[in-house]
Design a protein around this ligand. Structure first.
Ligand code: UN1
Length: 503
């Protein structure tokens, strides 16, 4: 019998996985499984380098037409996409739950991020403003214009199988770009369903050319072909540091532009004046939400020694009563890890932490089918090597500190720099954390956790996180090219810098 989460969106058990001008069955059969129970949901026929080249070619042709459509009209397309998403929100969320195992509230939150960035992009379609700059030359005017950049390639991860592509695609579309998507191999059904919805709206929109949005489900070969294709002016990639490094090298090699959102190893400082009740709630959501599989998940907790024992006791108690299991069951807060490899990585990290002097609380594997774990708290010395690695699982390393400078130094002493937080009632401490010598991350919060960012802010981080910024604020500028124009409305030709070049 067809799974209801697939049936509601018209997905069958045997699906085309390449969408260029129309849906086609590529040569690469990919098995779509559910994280909930490991059940095989469907086979998706994806592609490799040949299919990716066809997608890039179609995207290039589409771009040449789409860039000439006025930006507010492009916004109208996105407005219609958002209307369709609002209608199908519940079905799309149920598919996220079925395929990658998110609890319904978080799955709905992910679709809400699509709606939010869509609304943001619609408004932006009338605000792609450049500036006017005073010229040093008489009777001259200087200005900047933002023009569409080119086709955008998007590589997305399983943990936000729809939202992260939507952040990219909605901005790219209003910016006048076409979009090629290579989704995670672990979330092809979410990608197909989301893409179908957009493709339908595009097909009904008079000015939207075929090839404006394309999809190639595939593996490494398709991803490498995307990164290497000179027609894709911007490659936006979300995933692991090794993947991002490979993409960065390939894109830099052809002098393309990349936008990277890679690993996080997010820390929180809990200061002596912290509201402990608030801290516990912030920590638990950030550390165990999405089963620790957000790039913004809280992984390191740096606690002032004066409240270390009390906070640890409260966290141990909270972890002991976490409702873990099938995310479709009412009340579940922690669903499964994505697959066996994730379970093995968690077990390996816990073994390493123990060997490096860690004391483990919880973290045990629970009964399947599906990879269910009780999230782990690990007391570790702050110089343990393991805390420098991001393990995509619910492991929270806990360590004490004595003064804030030391806490900030511990906090920043990891290769990654995505998200961070401090819980404190002391305004001076909060400001020190946010100041230039404070957190070195792209996101720094006060009295909230590290995850769950709104789309209005620029999202991304520093160091091995890759430096990219997606989503709100002025992240749209990555999807456009800037032209500086100087216009002479006089009859003479004065040169800049006072140069006299009279012949
Ligand atoms: C991710 O995990 O790749 O801030 C993105 C958050 C979400 C997005 C996470 N809005 O946790």
């Amino acid at each position: 019998m067809m799974d209801p989460a697939l049936a509601a969106l018209g997905l069958s058990a045997d699906l085309p996985g390449v969408v260029v001008d129309r849906e086609r069955r590529g040569p690469l059969p990919l098995v779509a499984r559910s994280a909930i129970d490991g059940a095989v949901l469907a086979t998706v026929h994806g592609g490799g380098a040949i299919e990716m080249a066809a997608a890039a070619a179609a995207a290039q042709v589409a771009f040449l037409r789409w860039r000439a459509v006025p930006a507010p009209r492009r916004g109208e397309l996105v407005r219609r996409i958002v209307a369709a998403v609002r209608e199908r929100k519940a079905d799309l969320a149920a598919l996220i739950t079925r395929e990658v195992g998110k609890i319904p509230a978080e799955a709905a939150g992910e679709i809400q991020e699509w709606i939010d960035i869509g609304d943001f992009a619609v408004g932006l379609s009338r605000q792609l403003n450049g500036q006017t700059i005073p010229s040093e030359r008489p009777h001259h005017r200087m200005m900047e214009q933002w023009h569409p950049l080119g086709p955008v390639g998007c590589i997305s991860a399983f943990n936000f199988p729809i939202a992260v592509w939507a952040w990219n695609a909605m901005l790219a579309l209003v910016c006048g770009d076409s979009v090629v998507w290579k989704p995670s191999e672990k979330a092809n059904l979410c990608a197909l369903a989301a893409h179908r919805l957009v493709a339908q709206v595009v097909a009904d929109f008079p000015e939207a050319p075929p090839g404006l949005v394309t999809l190639v489900c595939g593996g490494r070969e398709a991803g490498e072909a995307l990164a290497g294709d000179p027609r894709l002016a911007l490659v936006s990639a979300t995933g692991s540091v090794p993947m991002g490094r490979a993409v960065a090298v390939a894109v830099a090699g052809r002098l393309g532009r990349s936008l990277l959102e890679l690993g996080g190893n997010n820390g929180m400082i809990v200061a002596p004046s912290a509201d402990l009740e608030l801290a516990v709630r912030a920590i638990v959501f950030a550390a165990v939400g999405t089963c620790g599989q957000r790039c913004t998940s809280l992984r390191r907790l740096i606690v002032h020694r004066s409240l270390y024992a009390a906070l640890l006791a409260r966290l141990r108690a909270a972890y002991a009563r976490l409702p873990i299991g099938d995310p479709r069951a009412a009340g579940t807060l922690v669903g499964p890890l994505i697959d066996e490899a994730a379970g093995a990585a968690m077990a390996q990290a816990l073994a390493a932490a123990r060997a490096q002097g860690g004391t483990l609380h919880h973290g045990e594997r629970l009964a399947g089918p599906g990879v269910y774990v009780r999230p782990a708290l690990v007391e570790v010395p702050s110089d343990a090597a393991i805390i420098r690695d991001e393990t995509f699982a619910p492991i929270l390393y806990v360590m004490p500190y004595d003064d804030l400078d030391q806490a900030i130094a511990i906090h920043n002493d990891v290769p990654q720099g995505l998200s961070s937080a401090i819980v404190t009632g002391d305004a001076r401490e909060a400001e020190r954390f946010l100041a230039p010598a404070g957190s070195d991350c792209g996101i720094a919060n006060v009295n909230i956790g590290t995850s769950g960012a709104e789309i209005g802010g620029a999202f991304g981080g520093e160091k091995t996180t890759g430096g990219g910024r997606e989503s709100g604020s002025d992240a749209w500028k990555a999807y456009m090219r800037r032209a500086t124009n100087t216009i002479n409305y006089g009859n003479d030709l004065p040169l800049a810098q006072g140069i006299d070049f009279t012949v």
